[in-house]
Ligand binder design. Structure first.
Ligand code: BDR
Ligand code: CA
Length: 308
């Protein structure tokens, strides 16, 4: 299951899952985040349709954060539609009528297989699942979260990474749970840069790859104008890689708390790196990555999907 706010890198992450034979994608749930919920939901439907997978149900979740409204969206990074300037065909599929948490809970309770949940937007839906369906949440085999930062500071504020900043109270609830959790934060995503040569490879492989490259163009332009860099950091795709191939990232069990105060540190993940933790609520924090291998994995999988 993927909980998401597409989102340019979310779109890449969904395509990566669909490109991967290890994955049986059963459900996509959507959240507020990069753009408004109605738009992230429509984007999720369009990305699935692009890959010929309109059969995957999409259920809409939280339109807003748990306590305080998300301060602003991220249209300046992801484009006003959330998918850069790319034009994706509308999906013939309708949104699943169930609220996201109900769809998540029903699937978790019904599944005979271990279920991995990848949450790559703000974690509001996951927090709501924990609060409303704890017995379903307890059946999550692995929760792979994109968000936070142990040592690099933030990307929205000096302290906070976007997905945590967008709903710190939800993040505190999720990271305080005993669900087996891997935290894929800026420490490993920022060094993992997808270069324009890699984008060109899957763009040339077929129409799905060409559309993926078109979605990424806004990210490429934003990186160049804001940071003077030529490649892009596709945070959510790296989290999906860890969900697909556990152990891709080097993790260490740490105690993590979230700053939910309303000061300059709001949304910071405070990772206690002094020691390995044996607490039941400790989190497997991703601390090391083979970035070249991760980028090659993404590019080759997307090229394979595009060539189908
Ligand atoms: C996260 O923030 C969002 O803008 C991206 O989609 C990703 O999930 C990175 O900080
Ligand atoms: Ca995202």
């Amino acid at each position: 299951m993927i909980d998401t706010d597409p989102g340019i890198d979310d779109a890449l992450a969904i395509l990566l899952a669909l490109a991967s034979p290890e994955v049986d994608l059963r459900l996509v749930t959507t959240t507020h985040g990069n753009v408004e919920l109605a738009q992230t939901t429509d984007n999720a439907l369009r990305v699935l349709h692009l890959a010929g997978r309109s059969d995957v149900p999409v259920a809409a979740g939280a339109a807003e954060s748990l306590v305080y409204p998300q301060p602003e969206r991220a249209g300046h990074v992801h484009g006003q539609t959330g998918l850069g300037g790319a034009q994706l065909a509308p999906s013939p599929a309708a949104v699943d009528p169930r609220p996201a948490v109900v769809a998540l809970a029903e699937l978790l309770l019904a599944s005979e297989e271990p279920v991995t949940v990848a949450a790559i937007g703000p974690w509001t839906n996951v927090a709501l699942l924990l609060a409303t369906y704890p017995q379903a949440a307890a059946r999550i085999d692995r929760l792979v979260l994109m968000g936070g930062s142990a040592s690099r500071g933030g990307n929205v504020t000096a302290a906070a990474e976007f997905n945590v900043w967008a709903d710190p109270e939800a993040a505190a609830r999720v990271l305080g749970s005993a669900v087996p959790t891997v935290l894929v934060g800026l420490d490993v995503t920022v060094p993992t840069v997808l270069g324009e040569d890699g984008i060109a490879r899957f763009a040339a492989a077929g129409p799905v790859g060409a559309t993926a490259a078109a979605i990424l163009q806004q990210y490429v332009d934003h990186a160049r104008s804001s940071y003077g860099t030529t490649g892009v950091v596709v945070h959510d795709a790296l989290a999906l890689t860890e969900a697909i191939v556990p152990g891709t990232l080097g993790t260490v069990r740490r105690d993590v708390v979230v700053d939910t105060t309303r000061g300059a540190g709001r949304g910071q993940t405070l990772v206690d790196r002094r020691a390995v933790s044996d607490s039941p609520t400790a989190v497997d924090v991703a601390e090391t990555v083979d970035s070249a291998a991760a980028v090659e994995f993404l590019v080759s999988r997307l090229a394979g999907l595009a060539a189908r």
